[in-house]
Design a protein around this ligand. Structure first.
Ligand SMILES: [Zn+2]
Length: 51
């Protein structure tokens, strides 16, 4: 085995597309609030709709 260190980063499921996404540096301060894997997904769910 090679000594390649693989950090285990936290994961979440995207609330829009349902896919798992991994912690990113840009989210380090807001990780608890992150619900979407991308801005696109956030926009998908950003508009409230009846139902
Ligand atoms: Zn997504």
């Amino acid at each position: 085995m090679k000594g390649l260190k693989k950090q285990h980063l936290p994961e979440k499921l995207c609330a829009a597309c349902g896919r798992p996404f991994t912690w990113r540096k840009k989210w380090e301060r807001v990780w608890d609030e992150v619900k979407f894997c991308s801005d696109r997904c956030r926009m998908m769910k950003g508009k409230p709709r009846a139902g």
